[in-house]
Design a protein around this ligand. Structure first.
Ligand code: PHB
Length: 392
C-alpha cells in the first residue's frame, strides 16, 4: 500500500470513529418516545387526535426540555395488541426509547405493560380507560380517564332525574364491562331498573339488530358506551331506527358524544346527557386557546382523546424538568406522582398512590350553540378518583 493510501485509510477510519462518537453524544442528549397509537382501522380517530395534540404541544413548547432533545417515534398498531407488543419491543430494544406512550385501547395498554416493567421504562397511557390498567405495571401512569369515573356519576344523575328504566348497550370488552358495572352499582343501588342489557362487539359493530331490542324494551333512557370513533355510526343507526322519536334519551360516559364526531351527528344527538372529563365547550381560557390552536392547525375541533395526548406529553415535559433530564423509568415515575396542573379539561393531577389521573367530571347536555352541536357542561364533580381503586 502506498503512503498516500495508508494516510487516506487512516483518515477515513478516524472520520468513522469521530462520527460514531458524535452519534453517541447526540444519542445521549436525546430522549426518545415511542408513541404507539391506532392510525388505521376502526380506532384511527384516536391515534390521529393524539398525534395531532402531541405535535401541537411540541410546536408550542419547543422540542428541547431540561437540555434534552425530545424525539417522538410514531407507530401505528391499528389497535391490535399483538402489534402493540411487537412495536413496543422494537422501540425499546432497537430504538432505545426511554418512554412508551399512546395506547388507543385497553388491550394495547395491557400488551405493553410487561415490557414497561421488564425494561423499566415509563408507560404513559393517553387513551385507554379500564380501571385496572395502572395496576399492570409500576411504570404506568395515565392522562386519559377511567370509565368508572364517569359511569358512577351518570348513574347517580339518572336516579335523581326521574329515569327509572334503562336499557344498556356497551362495547363487549374491558372498558365496556367497567362502564356497565359502575353504572349499575349506582343506578340499581339508587332504585333504578335495567330492562335490557346488550353487549356489542368492539370491531365493526352493527348496532341495528340491538337497537330494535332496545326500542321494544321501552326504557326511559339508554345507557351507551362505545369507544371513541364509533359514536357517529351509533347515532346514525339510533336515528334511522327512530329511537330519537320514541323519546329514549341517550345517557352514558361521554365517549359516544366525542366532540370529534358530534357536529356530524345531526339533531338526533340533541338532549343526550353524558358525564365526561372533556368538552370542547369547556369555558376556561386555557381551553379556548387550545381549541383555537388545534382548529387552526388541523381544521377541526379536538376531542377528548386529543386532550389525553396533550396532557400526556405535558406530563413528560414536566417530569423531565423535575428529574433534570434523567429519563430512566424509576426517576420519571417518581417525578409524575402528585404532579398537578391545569389542563384544557380543567384542573387535574396524578394520584401519588395509584399513578392514575384525578380530574373533574362534568355532566353535559348536547345543545346547539351558534349553529353547532356541543356538549354543554352544567354540573361539575371535582377531583374524582378512579372508583375502581378504592372498591376492591
Ligand atoms: C379503551 O379501550 O380503554 C377505550 C377506548 C376508547 C374509549 C374508551 C376506552 O373511548
Amino acid at each position: 500500500m502506498s503512503v498516500e493510501r495508508r494516510v487516506l485509510l487512516r483518515a477515513a477510519v478516524c472520520a468513522v470513529a469521530v462520527g460514531a462518537f458524535a452519534g453517541m453524544a447526540s444519542a445521549q442528549e436525546t430522549v426518545k418516545i415511542g408513541l404507539i397509537v391506532p392510525m388505521t382501522g376502526g380506532q384511527a380517530s384516536t391515534g390521529k387526535q393524539i398525534d395531532n395534540a402531541v405535535k401541537l404541544y411540541m410546536q408550542q413548547h419547543g422540542d428541547t426540555v431540561a437540555g434534552k432533545k425530545i424525539e417522538v417515534i410514531l407507530k401505528d398498531d391499528a389497535a391490535l395488541p399483538d402489534n402493540t407488543k411487537r412495536l413496543a419491543q422494537e422501540l425499546i430494544v432497537n430504538d432505545k426509547v426511554s418512554v412508551i406512550a399512546g395506547f388507543g385501547v385497553t388491550p394495547a395498554a395491557f400488551a405493553a405493560a410487561p415490557l414497561a416493567t421488564q425494561a423499566k421504562v415509563l408507560q404513559i397511557v393517553m387513551a385507554a380507560g379500564t380501571s385496572i390498567i395502572t395496576e399492570r405495571s409500576p411504570y404506568i401512569t395515565r392522562t386519559s380517564f377511567t370509565l368508572g369515573q364517569s359511569s358512577i356519576i351518570i348513574g347517580d344523575w339518572a336516579v335523581k332525574n326521574g329515569i327509572k328504566k334503562v336499557a344498556t348497550l356497551t362495547s363487549d370488552y374491558a372498558p365496556g364491562h367497567d362502564a356497565l358495572k359502575f353504572f349499575k352499582d349506582h343506578f340499581v343501588a339508587g332504585g333504578g331498573q335495567i330492562v335490557e342489557e346488550v353487549k356489542v362487539p368492539l370491531a365493526n359493530p352493527d348496532f341495528a339488530p340491538f337497537l330494535q331490542r332496545m326500542k321494544d324494551s321501552k326504557p326511559d333512557a339508554m345507557f351507551v358506551f362505545v369507544p371513541a370513533g364509533q359514536g357517529g355510526n351509533f347515532m346514525k343507526q339510533y336515528a334511522e331506527r327512530g329511537l330519537d322519536k320514541s323519546g329514549i334519551k341517550v345517557i352514558g360516559p361521554g365517549d359516544v358524544m366525542d366532540d370529534d364526531l358530534l357536529n356530524g351527528m345531526g339533531d338526533s344527538a340533541l338532549g343526550a346527557v353524558t358525564a365526561h372529563m372533556y368538552s370542547a365547550a369547556h369555558p376556561s381560557q386555557i381551553n379556548k386557546d387550545f381549541v383555537a390552536a388545534y382548529k387552526k392547525a388541523y381544521g377541526q375541533r379536538p376531542g377528548f382523546m386529543a386532550v389525553g395526548g396533550y396532557d400526556g406529553i405535558h406530563l413528560l415535559y414536566e417530569a423531565l424538568k423535575k428529574t433534570g433530564g434523567k429519563a430512566d423509568g424509576d426517576s420519571l415515575i417518581a417525578a409524575v406522582k402528585g404532579m398537578a396542573w391545569e389542563s384544557p379539561r380543567g384542573p387535574i393531577s396524578i394520584d401519588p398512590e395509584t399513578r392514575d389521573i384525578v380530574q373533574n367530571i362534568y355532566i353535559r347536555e348536547v345543545k346547539k350553540v351558534d349553529g353547532e352541536l356541543y356538549n354543554v357542561e352544567f354540573a361539575t364533580f371535582e377531583a374524582v378518583k378512579d372508583p375502581g381503586k378504592t372498591k376492591k
